[in-house]
Ligand binder design. Structure first.
Ligand SMILES: [Zn+2]
Length: 174
């Protein structure tokens, strides 16, 4: 009986790792079972970042954009939001059309899940890079991931570790 309850809990939280191979999911399950996940991630990423306000987040995203995507369309808004996780997402990007001085202007807006406020900078960078890349590439295709890797060479590692972190976070709250 107890084992069944535990496996239901694990299936629920392992959703963040759905797209990873079986061996990674098994490893994650083992780390949770043995209560080692938190320690492992804290050792690897010991510091939280200090980008707490929406203003600081906007500057952070603009800095990355200026360095790697100078020519792409401007960003009008980058903010933390509590509503993003309800959409089953970590971040969102949208194009908002507004009339400005008689002209229709398309503006890009990015929202980042508020949980990223209390995470290591590497995870914040990963999600900001992801949403910035969507300015150019709408789909998760090869060009999209190439752009992500150009902005952050460790993109894939950070994404996996972020997903492990989220898995642990939800598991510890069950
Ligand atoms: Zn995406």
């Amino acid at each position: 009986m107890a084992a069944d309850v535990l496996s239901v809990r694990l299936i629920t939280v392992l959703k963040y790792l759905n797209h990873y191979p079986e061996n990674i999911r098994t490893q994650a399950q083992k780390l949770l079972d043995e209560d080692r996940m938190r320690e492992l991630l804290t050792q690897k990423y010991p510091h939280r970042h200090s980008i707490q306000s929406n203003r600081a987040l906007y500057d952070y995203a603009m800095d990355l954009k200026k360095r790697f995507m100078r020519k792409s369309s401007p960003l009008s808004k980058v903010q933390y939001s509590d509503k993003v996780s309800a959409l089953n997402a970590l971040g969102t990007h949208s194009r908002v059309s507004r009339v400005q001085g008689g002209k229709l202007k398309a503006k890009k807006e990015i929202l980042i899940d508020s949980r990223f406020k209390s995470m290591p900078e590497e995870f914040l960078r990963m999600i900001v890079v992801h949403e910035l890349a969507h300015i150019k590439e709408m789909d998760h295709n090869k060009a999209f991931y190439q752009l992500c890797l150009y902005m952050e060479p460790q993109y894939h590692q950070y994404e996996l570790d972020l997903r492990l972190h989220l898995t642990w976070l939800e598991y510890s709250q069950l």
